[in-house]
Design a protein around this ligand. Structure first.
Ligand SMILES: *Cc1c(COP(=O)(O)O)cnc(C)c1O
Length: 311
């Protein structure tokens, strides 16, 4: 699905077979990274329906990001329609229930030529899709990152800018070289922020904690959904600043994101001290995972009105 912006409006999109796209060498995206990405999934239910999970949330997040990056964004309707058409035309590739999902990747980019430092004059919105298996990162053993920062106040850490991930490859590579799975980023005041591509929650007694999305944390749609689910399940969730030392007092830690759903953390290492956490049966993380994926896959009735069925 491919739409180009002309005169402040995105033209009617067209479906084209997946393949290479032509870019102007002086486009805003290639030269200065003027671009945003999104990610969402479509699931096949046991009775053969195909469900999208909160696609309008991704559309709205792209609109917010576009303001920050001085870009034009498609309307929520255009975004959701593009996603629907992309999944629809690739219906046969949506995996059977329990075998994964179809991952949809919307991209918004400055496609007009700009040599000077300025927003591009033309924008292109593309969505493509790929079937994905159940995402297992294996056991999550994190290390608290004390040298690199993924976001700074006033930066673009709270929007899904295409530039957000290239800068975390190095900290991840260094963590992997030391035998860890991923890194937990802190802010300058040593409060916890998030793991490279997922948001983080701590379970302490009967409280669930997560840092507030106040500028340097990506406002995950899974994060938001988990907070809403915890309310339904009768847990107390607090969005508040969490000093890194509180990692020592938590019984459970879990990460949330479209790729993983809810993923329990096995251990976090902070300044050479390894803290182990509860995982598996009977944990809050497990209960939330079951509820979230149950709604997404049609196994549990969607009383939240989150899923959008493809006709
Ligand atoms: C996309 C993303 C997340 C997760 O967001 P979801 O909407 O839940 O998939 C978390 N952190 C970062 C940095 C991200 O880019």
């Amino acid at each position: 699905m491919n739409q180009v912006l002309i005169d402040q409006h995105f033209s009617q999109g067209t479906l084209t077979p997946f393949g290479k796209i032509e870019m102007n060498p002086s486009s805003g995206i290639l030269n200065y990274g003027q671009g945003l990405f999104e990610g969402l999934k479509a699931h096949r239910t046991a009775n053969g329906r195909i469900l999208l999970f909160r696609p309008e949330q991704n559309a709205m997040r792209m609109k917010v990001g576009a303001k920050r990056m001085c870009m034009q964004a498609p309307t929520v309707e255009q975004f959701v329609n593009a996603v629907k058409q992309t999944v629809h035309s690739n219906k046969r590739w949506v995996p059977p229930p329990g075998k994964g999902a179809m991952y949809i990747r919307p991209l918004l980019m400055g496609s007009g030529p700009v040599l000077g430092v300025a927003p591009a004059s033309e924008y292109t919105f593309i969505t493509y899709a790929s079937p994905v298996g159940n995402y297992h990162k294996g056991v999550l053993n994190l290390i608290v990152e004390e040298k690199f920062r993924r976001a700074i106040p006033g930066g673009t850490g709270e929007v899904k800018a295409v530039t957000n991930y290239a800068i975390i490859y190095k900290p991840i590579a260094e963590a992997k070289a030391k035998g860890f799975t991923d890194v937990l980023f802190l802010n300058a005041e040593k409060y916890i922020e998030e793991v490279s591509t997922t948001n983080i929650f701590l379970v302490k007694g009967n409280e669930i904690l997560t840092p507030p999305t106040s500028g340097t944390i990506l406002p995950g749609i899974t994060r938001k959904s988990i907070i809403e689910i915890t309310h339904v399940l009768g847990y107390q969730v607090k969005e508040r600043a969490i000093p890194v030392e509180e990692l020592f007092d938590a019984e459970e830690v879990f990460c949330t994101g479209t790729a993983v759903g809810v993923n329990s953390v096995n251990s976090i290492t902070y300044q050479d001290t390894r803290i182990a956490y509860k995982r598996g049966a009977g944990t809050v993380g497990q209960e939330l995972y079951e509820m979230l994926t149950g709604i997404q896959t049609g196994r549990i009735e969607d009383k939240m009105g989150w899923t959008v069925e493809l006709d």
